[in-house]
Design a protein around this ligand. Structure first.
Ligand code: SF4
Length: 299
């Protein structure tokens, strides 16, 4: 038993779906009628698309753990990152049409295959579909935790509606400078929006809780990808986390950046980060008083 009320969750999902008639689900505030076939920045009408649905073993240790994370990759994204490694899915919309009922069935099938959790990658622009499907799946026996693997460009108002539905927020903090965020990802006011979303997530679920088997059950895990030329503003993000959220917060500090998509040949984004750039980010992590998390090896 999850202690979650499926009927209440379905209602919240339907309320979020209704917002798509003049879509304001995310901070892009496109105000298009997605039921009428119109698309905003995310590129998706009211028809949801799924690029993949499988057990994934490459997430952070408490997310993938031993049996894998039940990962459902949604097509489309409200950000347009120049360097997106998944741009065929996020920006070119590769994927197959999927209904809310089918999504609920996919969750149950992943649970049956032994997934530790259901991990929605890039859920923000189809949050209504997902929440309704979660309610339907719970009615049919879904018990494992729900992970929202989000870009962090989410309205705090929308996040508030996810209280008691989402168990783990695996959330990006990409930039601490709005101009850089606008140039690299076409996001307005990224810093304030992102910080407000993280505050609300932490208020709901707190720090990451890991059971005795090493499996995450609840909480926030921040992801921070270090970009070349200091574009990711790591020091300011770590200061915010250490001073305004919690020095105990878990952070996944990632060195894996490589130029993809429109970053190829780009003046600043067109190269991998250097070992010294990553070392500097690690130093800033500790200087900010942070201590929990996962530091990726340089490749
Ligand atoms: S979810 Fe899509 S259409 Fe709606 S506001 Fe965001 S980017 Fe625009």
């Amino acid at each position: 038993m999850t202690g979650k009320d499926p009927k209440a969750i379905i209602k919240i999902g339907e309320a979020l779906l209704a917002q798509m008639s003049s879509c304001n689900l995310c901070p892009q505030d496109c105000r298009v009628d997605r039921f009428d076939g119109k698309t905003g920045k995310c590129g998706i009408t009211d028809q949801m698309y799924i690029a993949s649905c499988n057990l994934h073993y490459g997430e952070e240790p408490p997310i993938s753990a031993r049996r894998g994370s039940g990962t459902i990759f949604l097509s489309g994204c409200s950000l347009s990152c120049k360097y997106c490694q998944n741009y065929p899915i996020s920006q070119q919309l590769v994927g197959s049409a999927c209904s809310v009922d089918e999504l609920a069935e996919k969750m149950l099938s992943l649970q049956k295959r032994g997934a530790h959790n259901i991990n929605f990658v890039t859920p923000d622009h189809v949050v209504g579909h997902i929440v309704k499907a979660i309610g339907l799946a719970i009615e049919d026996g879904l018990e494992i935790p729900i992970v929202f693997n989000s870009s962090g460009y989410q309205k705090a108002k929308t996040v508030r509606l996810l209280k008691g539905i989402v168990d783990i927020y695996l959330v990006d903090m990409r930039y601490s400078d709005n101009e850089i965020a606008r140039n690299c990802s076409q996001a307005k006011r990224y810093k304030e929006v992102n910080q407000a979303a993280v505050r609300e997530m932490f208020r709901q679920v707190g720090n990451l809780q890991i059971d005795t088997d090493g499996v995450g059950v609840k909480g926030v895990l921040i992801r921070h990808l270090v970009l070349p030329e200091g574009l990711s503003g790591s020091g300011e993000i770590f200061r915010f986390l250490g001073q305004e959220i919690s020095a105990d917060i878990y952070v996944s500090l990632m060195s894996q950046y490589f130029p993809a998509h429109d970053a190829v040949g780009h003046e600043q984004l067109g190269r991998r980060i250097s070992p010294s750039e990553f070392d500097k980010a690690v130093e800033m992590f500790y200087t900010a008083g942070l201590k929990n998390g996962y530091i990726q090896e340089m490749r």
